[in-house]
Design a protein around this ligand. Sequence first.
Ligand code: ADP
Ligand code: NI
Length: 214
Amino acid sequence: MDNAIIDDAICFVKNIFEDDHSGHDYFHTLRVYNTATKIAIKENAHLLTVQLAALLHDVDDIKLSPQTHKYKDRAVSFLKEHGVSPEIIMTICDIISEISFKGTDTVVPKTIEGKCVQDADRLDAIGAIGIARAFAYGGNHNSVIHDPDIKPAVNMNADEYRNHVSTTLNHFYEKLFLLKDMMNTEAAKEIAQQRDEYMKAYIAEFLDEWDGVR
Ligand code: ADP
Ligand code: NI
């Protein structure tokens, strides 16, 4: 049963995200699933809960599916149709609610399963892939790459973080450079360290080129 439900969940998210160009594409979900699985094995977390939460974490995202966001309708229908127990459905819904970065309103998930999925989602926002996703998101939302007159905002709450207008370069200071120290699990902290260094070296090079140093 377990493998069939995972295969179905992979098909389900593939259909939903195939045409997304906003940084929530199908391959993002697949990478989060793979990384969450690796972390969950090291942490002895409940694997099926982690895997289903990872695969379904973006299907009711407020930006992509505002009408289903509140009650996580798409995730819940999928899980009910596949006979998942009410307890596991509730745990998965909690994980999905807790996962996102929301500035100073960000939460630490209650369960180890949630911690694994949150770490995997965050790892996909940093490093080489994180850089690519940030600029893809910026292009998709008509943001400028960089404007030295627009300074990064700090200590934003969830509303401020969601509604403020900024540059893609500022996104590194407003979110991406903060993620390394927000990882929950030892396995993720180790991976984050290397990805964070890579991203910082990239931004240093970017700013040197911008300033005509190189
Ligand atoms: P998630 O739902 O995975 O927590 P988001 O929806 O906030 O994350 O972001 C999806 C991707 O788009 C991430 O890689 C993130 O860094 C990037 N992103 C989000 N907001 C911005 C922004 N203002 N500028 C550039 N990239 C962004
Ligand atoms: Ni995500």
